[in-house]
Design a protein around this ligand. Structure first.
Ligand code: G6P
Length: 612
């Protein structure tokens, strides 16, 4: 949520910062702005709307500078407009700051500053923090770095901030707590950003800044300190990512590219881990902790959004195969509701970004109470990956479209391997079923490819129903969470109201909504619930609902009862969601496009929700 970029070195900073902001726009797109410093002083340019609108506005202005910071905003405090856009300037005009996060105790600080004569042009908590720093500098007669450290000890909340000063020609001061910050190390230059995507084309050497660290960044020097002013050793890691992964590669949208990448990304996730020939699953995070996992009293899945849906499917997988009780929690509820955590509980954190604020705090809380944390995370080196005791990456590569697609199927692939591995160690799965499921999982990438080979039918269906005002998504068993995910995708991308429900439960309410105008999407693949869902389809048909089905290739019964059908290849029901979700991703995509919406950046959403 909010993207930040900074540069100090020999190059022109503005093009580097601008390109970086375009890469980070998925994190928020309410407004954009840059601050540049040259011999003439600090220059701040900012504008409501997308980065491109800011860029247009800047044409012809003075942008020559070798140090600069930039911000793309997802509004928290103050509506999206030019004034609330970052960067903000301090009252004395000497400091410019950008911020990702929320300062919770900004109100009393603001009142104090107003009493002292400070004025504020925006409604943001950021401007309060900046003037608070200026005030400390003035009162304590100290430098910016020290004033920042004092300020950070007195604020409550989350932040990643970058500050430049008129008095310093080449230093960016940065700090983080709760919101991510990566620093790229070049030759005589440094790059700062919320994630590695703005950095990757310049250098692969990066440092992930930790919570409560302050970074003093000059072209030739990077100093990290804790809030107690003690130097910390920067831990340099090498990025395992290439530029092509963060570009559209000929697709009209990132979302479409990411949907189409899924046969490769699932393959990458399974590669080297799932070995059906030898009956082995190689996952060191599980192997090293197998006793803890197989003897867990219960497993609690903690996640948000689409990742939460992956947790629901994992609940079915693990209870079914491993016979371990599983609970699935919204991180935002779990963190506040005084949950019972006992010794022997395992928390599985599922997150694409690894930076979701609610999930991070929920984990920290569970960790404090002695739980073992296993992370299923996509972004390498992210906060959740680092908080976890052990884990497995999903290896889906950078996901840029705000609505999650390939990260979700990556999560399912990891969770399926995890369930299989624990079941095998625990002896709760028969050998032949274990081997068969491994083979079925191994064949999933090819089956995904088959679905994606021709999507014209799905596009036609999307165009046919694009003007509906509501949709119902129904499924049973493993396909029930898929129905939830289908409804979420449609809401996110096409702004059509949609509900997901267990197909049988719809008789207890949603059936009242059914008439000849309501499209009802059934996720009705051939599984152990098949006969039951056939009856549910009849119930909807009897009330004249427009039945659209996701059905198994070769099935004739469900198609004969449906107005429109999207076929998927057959597979074991445990891993069927890896296939049945794909037509639902595509239908949302095509409805969104048909309605003329920006599917990669849907209104009000952000990819990485770093505020609670
Ligand atoms: C946001 C994104 C969703 C994502 C959710 C959880 O709402 O728009 O696509 O599923 O956050 O994010 P995480 O990175 O923790 O999986």
């Amino acid at each position: 949520m909010c993207g930040i970029v900074g540069y100090t070195g020999k190059r022109q900073a503005y093009p580097v910062v601008l390109k970086g902001l375009k890469r980070l726009e998925y994190r928020g797109y309410d407004s954009a702005g840059v601050a540049l410093r040259n011999d003439k002083g600090l220059h701040i340019y900012k504008k409501k709307g997308r980065v491109a609108e800011m860029e247009e506005d800047i044409v012809g202005k003075d942008v020559s500078a070798t140090i600069g910071i930039g911000h793309t905003r997802w509004a928290t405090h103050g509506e999206p407009n030019d004034v609330n856009a970052h960067p903000h300037k301090s009252n004395n005009g000497k400091l410019a700051m950008i911020h990702n996060g929320i300062i919770e105790n900004y109100a009393p600080l603001k009142q104090d500053l107003i009493n002292k004569g400070y004025t504020f042009s925006s409604d943001t908590d950021t401007e309060v923090l900046l003037n608070f720093i200026e005030d400390i500098q003035k009162n304590n007669h100290c430098g910016l770095e020290e004033a920042l450290r004092i300020a950070l000890k007195r604020i409550v909340g989350a932040y990643c901030i970058l500050i430049i000063s008129e008095d310093d020609p080449d230093t960016i001061i940065a700090a983080r707590k709760g919101s991510p910050l990566v620093i790229g190390i070049g030759k005589g230059e440094h790059f700062l950003a919320s994630d590695a995507s703005p950095i990757i084309e310049y250098t692969k050497e990066v440092v992930y800044v930790n919570d409560y660290e302050v970074a003093i960044v000059k072209p030739d020097e990077l100093i990290l300190k804790n809030l107690g002013n003690e130097k910390q050793t920067p831990f340099v890691t090498k990025l395992d990512m290439d530029l092509a992964a963060i570009e559209k590669g000929g697709y009209e949208h990132f979302m479409l590219k990411e949907i189409h990448e899924q046969s490769d990304t699932i393959f990458d996730c399974l590669r080297g881990r799932l070995l059906p020939e030898s009956g082995q699953i190689m996952m060191s995070g599980i192997e090293d902790n197998i006793d803890m996992l197989k003897n867990a009293n219960r497993i609690v899945m903690v996640a948000c959004g689409t990742s939460w849906h992956a947790g629901l499917i994992a609940e079915y997988m693990i209870e079914d195969l491993c016979r371990i009780p599983v609970e699935v929690e919204y991180a935002s509820e779990f963190r506040y509701r005084n949950p019972i955590i006992n010794k022997g509980d395992v928390i599985v954190a599922i997150s694409q970004s690894g930076e979701t604020a609610d999930t991070i705090v929920a984990l920290e809380k569970a960790k404090e109470q002695g739980a073992f944390i296993f992370g299923v995370v996509n972004v390498v080196g992210s906060s959740i990956a680092r908080i976890s005791h052990a884990g497995a990456y999903t290896h889906a590569g950078p996901e840029i479209g705000v609505a999650s697609t390939k990260a979700f199927t990556g999560q399912l692939a990891v969770l399926a391997m995890m369930a299989l591995k624990i079941a095998k160690a625990k002896g709760t799965i028969a050998d032949d079923r274990y081997i068969q499921l491994m083979k079925d999982l191994y064949n999933i990438p090819d089956k995904v490819k088959e679905i994606l080979a021709d999507t014209s039918n799905i596009k036609k269906i999307a165009e046919k129903y694009k003007d509906a005002s509501d949709f119902l998504f129904l499924g049973r068993g493993y396909n029930f969470p898929v129905a939830l995910e289908g409804a979420l995708k449609l809401k996110e991308i096409s702004y059509i109201h949609a509900e997901g429900y267990p197909a049988a439960e719809m008789k207890h309410g949603p059936i009242a909504l059914v008439d000849e105008t309501l499209p009802v999407v059934f996720v009705a693949t051939k599984d152990s619930y098949y006969e039951k869902i056939v009856s549910n389809v009849q119930e909807i048909k009897a009330r004249k609902g427009q039945v659209i089905a996701v059905a198994t290739q070769g099935d004739t019964v469900i198609p004969s009862m449906s107005k429109d059908v999207m076929f998927v290849p057959d597979t074991d029901e445990v891993i069927a969601p890896l296939l049945s979700v794909i037509p639902l991703q595509l239908i949302s995509y095509y409805v969104g496009v048909a309605k003329g919406y920006d599917v990669d950046k849907p209104r009000n959403l952000a990819k990485s929700v770093t505020v609670e």
